[in-house]
Unconditional design. Sequence first.
Length: 202
Amino acid sequence: MTGAEDARAANARLRREWQQRPRLTTITPAALGSVSDEWIEQVTLDFVWAHGVLPGTETKRLLETLPPGFATIYCAWALDAEIANGGFQQYFWNQGAEFLEMTEKALRDLGADEHAAIFDEAVRVFARWEKPSLAGLGPRQQLEAFSEAATDGAFESVDRRWPSSDLEVRRKRYIRENAHLFTASISRWRRLRAWLRGVRLH
């Protein structure tokens, strides 16, 4: 088997594992206990997304109605993912101020005090930062505006000091140690909506 064939086989295996990952309609401490460390965080994120809400305000409202563990994991994960992909500029570009209080609390809940301090500093930078107007811009033009805005280096210092290496570990440990903060079920009509959207739940 050639290197290219090896790569294709590995990608196919990863896609298969992703498609077959555990998804729960009812989360209890016992159910979480049956999930491997590999998927423990993803189970909680999938539970949020399976409600079919839109990003932004709708997601925030949903998190406010769910047990508090979901907000802790979702907000900390979203912050970490945005920073890994495009730094704090991307986080604030996409999220704005919508989740600031939730995210700061999430980091404190995780015991990630260093992350929380850097996040607070980034918020102060954000308060002074002027996001370019995107009115009338197409996707490509918005990407160009994002790239141009990055040249001012406003978030460079906080990006450089962001210690992302252990935050995923903290999130998974939090779920294990606080499983009671995730006890919830997806209603029947939400399950139907998920099924209509092609989301496999079990």
